[in-house]
Design a protein around this ligand. Structure first.
Ligand SMILES: C[S@@+](CC[C@H](N)C(=O)[O-])C[C@H]1O[C@@H](n2cnc3c(N)ncnc32)[C@H](O)[C@@H]1O
Length: 305
């Protein structure tokens, strides 16, 4: 296994769209969860919002957001992804950088409190995780001081929030580390290196704890919903590639592990559908931080005056 095939899922053109499984929650696809949220909050696309999306990938969910945006910034650390969104959304500004660097550069460019919508879908665990550990073809190396990492990660979340304009939202979707699928993924990665804080949910805990702190400081309100659903693979092969290409990122140690291969095959068998597809149980955490003056802004109008 070469370094270039490790993480190819995000760095080789077309691979992400090819390997990605469609995710449904209560029959609604993940992109439609965002589309429904946008309709509920903004009614119709105004084309006037100031929006930034981090970890935008190939712009799958950007499709839902773009009609609402007048000023659209799309950021991802993969040059392949950034090239794809630059082509799809020619009016957007793109940033090719790690999310934490992109946030820092926006703050340095006077964009504090200037976005109506700061968003990141299925992508925030990575920059948060990178404060705690380094993932490379050589393995996962924990960073030495985990307390320092926690402080840096919480500051990063605070910086993300500080990009949101008064009345605006920070909107994120995160995978559910406790789903059976993700537990299998965790067990696999644990053979490479242990995760901080006893499991892969730690990135979500960091995010939610920091947002709760922001709420307690009066900076806004946090709404956090966990939705149960399914990742649907049209075939066994698609399900297998989902595990080895997307979850295991073609990591050499994981690709060469016969026990892991057997565990994945058994798991796929368990969730096969009569039509030959695979319905993997999945969960998503839908997180909305609304930047309002808490708690006064939460009062109904007749009590607020
Ligand atoms: C699971 S994909 C999600 C893509 C897109 N948001 C979607 O829902 O289809 C994760 C994306 O985050 C990007 N990514 C991963 N780690 C990152 C980091 N530290 N900084 C910026 N982007 C990152 C990857 O290149 C990839 O495009």
């Amino acid at each position: 296994m070469t370094n270039s095939s490790f993480r190819a899922v995000y760095e080789t053109e077309g691979t992400y769209d090819k390997l990605l499984l469609r995710h449904f929650y209560g029959g609604t696809e993940d992109i439609d969860l965002v589309a429904d949220w946008l309709t509920a909050h903004y009614v119709a696309p105004s084309g006037a919002l100031r929006v930034v999306e981090f970890g935008c990938g190939t712009g799958r969910i950007t499709e839902a957001i773009a009609p609402y945006a007048g000023d659209l910034i799309l950021a991802d650390y993969s040059t392949t992804m950034v090239a794809a969104v630059a082509q799809k959304f020619p009016n957007a500004r793109t940033i090719c950088a790690d999310t934490s660097d992109a946030v820092t550069s926006l703050l340095a460019a006077n964009r504090r409190a200037s976005f109506d919508l700061v968003s990141a879908f299925w992508s925030l665990s990575y920059p948060i995780g990178e404060f705690f550990e380094e993932l490379s073809p050589a393995g996962v190396r924990p960073r030495r001081d985990q307390a320092v990492a926690t402080g840096q990660a919480r500051k990063f979340v605070g910086d993300l929030v500080s990009l949101v304009a008064p009345g605006g939202h920070l909107l994120a979707m995160l995978f559910d580390a406790e789903s059976p699928e993700q537990q299998l993924v965790t067990r696999a990665w644990e053979t490479v290196a242990p995760f901080p804080d006893g499991g892969r949910a730690y990135t979500r805990h960091v995010l939610v704890d920091a947002l709760r702190d922001a709420e307690n400081r009066g900076d806004g309100t946090l709404t956090h919903t966990r939705l149960g659903g399914v990742a649907w693979a049209p075939s066994r092969d698609a399900a297998r590639e989902w595990f080895f290409g997307v979850h295991f990122k073609h990591h050499p140690q994981l690709l060469g592990d016969p026990q892991l291969e057997e565990a994945v095959e058994d798991f796929i068998d368990e969730y096969r559908t009569p039509e030959g597809g695979v319905a993997l149980p999945s969960g998503v955490h839908f997180i909305d931080f609304h930047a309002v003056a808490h708690p006064h802004a939460s009062l109904p109008e007749e009590l607020a005056s």
